[in-house]
Design a protein around this ligand. Structure first.
Ligand code: ATP
Length: 337
């Protein structure tokens, strides 16, 4: 549905040119929730903002529904933007307008008739659970409620694509969950394509179907969220993911281990316990489980096991290779000296 073809965006900064996005090609499918992640300055916002041409590519083309939108201007651009809603980290509501007026704003701007606006705004407030706040002003709302108004406003016209710029970064954990659930519900009920940029891998893990990882304006990898999390190809992606699996151990924890510490990641709930005992029998090695847990990516489980493996170098290597062949990936996280 959205295709980036060799898209680059270069800014003229105070200290010279900044290549915010570099020759990036990517497809986002209709009806999916697509996450774009990366560290600060990776170019995520810039890329997101090219979709509604708030930022124009310096090079390359962008297609939406097979239409080349790169050079759209005037009325054509206005019509394109009507189909693309956007929500922001700090909500960007109009302070002096009520909740109703904020949500109605894009429809008023599009010249829709009053009775249609009335009906649609009430529907949307119902959808986001704010029917009772119609006459409230933004200052009277919590962060989560403000984001709900933002979402309702972004859906006011015949929205096909919802762009989300760090939508939960200003919210606490519980509120984040409820906003993510709402986005998921909107995606499923209304079939709207959602593109989310975030630095929180937990957001990606809980609602995205596919994800792109960016660094320094470049696309490092893209794919199904489960596959990228279970088997990241890039070192940078691995680091991002490691963090969300909360697997950083204090170094002291390894002091008692004499061998090599492995992190084993396996798909689904397939038991690695038999694998571990099988390896102990097959090879002359001792294995101790240091830590084990199951995480969920969407509703699919992924298992993580940290084991200490001890024995002669050759036997250890054979055992590691054996485990590696039978799991999603195995990584040596520590060599004991
Ligand atoms: N208007 C601008 N003028 C000059 N440089 C810019 C402009 N906007 C962004 N940049 C630069 O482009 C690069 C990418 O910025 P961008 O905001 O797209 O990254 P990001 O991944 O969204 O970062 P963050 O998560 O911090 O928002 C950065 O080096 C940034 O400083």
């Amino acid at each position: 549905m959205i295709q980036f073809q060799d898209v680059s965006v270069t800014y003229e900064g105070a200290e010279g040119k900044v290549k915010a996005v570099q020759k990036l090609s990517l497809n986002i499918n209709k009806g999916e929730i697509f996450g774009i992640v990366g560290a600060s300055g990776a170019g995520k916002s810039t890329l997101l903002r090219t979709i509604n041409l708030l930022e124009r590519p310096t090079e390359g083309r962008i297609f939406i529904n097979n239409q080349d939108i790169t050079d759209l201007k005037g009325e054509d651009l206005r019509l394109l933007r009507q189909k693309i809603g956007m929500i922001f980290q700090h909500f960007n509501l109009i302070k002096r307008k009520t909740v109703f007026e904020n949500v109605a704003f894009p429809m008023v701007a599009a010249g829709k008739p009053k009775d249609e606006i009335q009906k649609r705004v009430n529907q949307l407030l119902n959808l986001v659970g704010l029917s009772d706040k119609s006459n409230a002003f933004p200052a009277q709302l919590s962060g989560g409620q403000k984001q709900r108004v933002g979402i309702a406003r972004a859906l006011a016209n015949e929205t096909e694509i919802l762009l989300c710029d760090e939508p939960t970064s200003a919210l606490d954990l519980e509120t984040t969950k409820s906003i993510l659930n709402l986005l998921k519900e909107i995606n499923q009920k209304l079939g709207i394509t959602i593109v989310i940029i975030t630095h929180e891998m937990d957001v990606v893990k809980s609602i995205c179907d596919r994800v792109a990882v960016m660094n320094d304006g470049q696309l490092l990898e893209a794919g199904n969220v489960y596959d990228v999390f279970v088997n990241p190809r890039n070192v940078f992606t691995k680091q991002l993911i490691e963090h969300t699996f909360h697997l950083e151990f204090p170094k002291q924890i390894f002091n008692d281990f004499k061998g090599r510490v492995l992190k084993i990641v396996y798909k689904g709930e397939s038991a690695t316990e038999p694998l571990i005992s099988e390896v102990s029998k097959r090879y002359n090695v001792n294995l101790n489980i240091v830590h084990g847990k199951i995480e969920y990516i969407g509703d699919r489980p992924v298992g993580i096991l940290v084991v200490d493996i001890e024995g002669e170098e050759r036997e250890v290597q054979l055992a590691v290779d054996y485990i590696n062949e039978r799991t999603a990936f195995t990584e040596v996280v520590l060599y004991a000296s």
